[in-house]
Write a protein that binds this ligand. Structure first.
Ligand SMILES: [Zn+2]
Length: 210
């Protein structure tokens, strides 16, 4: 064993530099991948096309309902929040305050959207899913979307939707679609009677057939 030592130091000198360089590259790749997976899996394992992601935010701005990272239900100056139905917003703020008491912070991934913004999301969904029929399972039209009327909000990250799924009914906040655990709407009757059954996805929602 000991007689190999000199050989080791000489052969390792150059590789060490290479190894150090490789480690830097690997760390950079890992950081990029880690960031991507964090960004894309913040709410659920299901594909969150309904949620407006950062790479979509360039085309239409905050005035159309795009929300910056870290937006909360208390951010009055952001149109995506300010243009929500006042009753929905009130319920969200009561829930967010109580969730904070449990150490959970609610973030708004998407709230009110302009019709133009909704159409853009729908076009993106059609190209992503390959057909209008499949896209309709995830994104409504501007005429039917509860986001456009200010009656829906997409909440993240996972611990926030988990908190809402347990406590939301007490505030009249109900998950509407089984395939969108982040999408909440106001159902005042839920405070006394619990949330109504969810639709499997938006294509089962009679409001989406117009
Ligand atoms: Zn939604």
């Amino acid at each position: 064993m000991t007689d190999r030592k000199p050989a080791r130091t000489t052969t390792r000198r150059t590789p060490r530099l290479l190894v150090a360089g490789l480690l830097v590259v690997i760390a950079a790749i890992a950081a990029a991948l880690g960031y991507q997976s964090l960004a894309s899996s913040s709410s659920t394992a299901a594909p969150p096309i309904d949620v407006v992601r950062s790479d979509h935010r360039g085309a239409l701005g905050e005035a159309d309902g795009a929300v910056p990272d870290g937006t909360t239900v208390f951010d009055d100056e952001i149109p995506g929040v300010a243009n929500l139905d006042p009753d929905l917003l009130g319920a969200l703020r009561r829930a967010a305050t109580d969730a904070a008491g449990d150490g959970v912070e609610l973030f708004v991934d998407s709230g009110w959207r302009s019709p133009e913004y909704q159409e853009q999301l729908l076009h993106e969904a059609v190209s992503k899913y390959g057909s209008e029929a499949e896209a309709a399972r995830w994104v409504a039209t501007a005429d039917t979307s509860a986001h456009v009327s200010g009656d829906a909000v997409d909440i993240g990250p996972f611990d926030a939707t988990a908190w809402l799924s347990e406590h939301g009914a007490g505030y009249g906040l109900c998950q509407t679609y089984s395939n969108e655990p982040w999408h909440y709407e106001l159902r005042p009757e839920a405070i006394d009677h619990g949330c109504p059954p969810m639709y499997a996805d938006p294509t089962h929602d009679p409001r989406m057939r117009q």
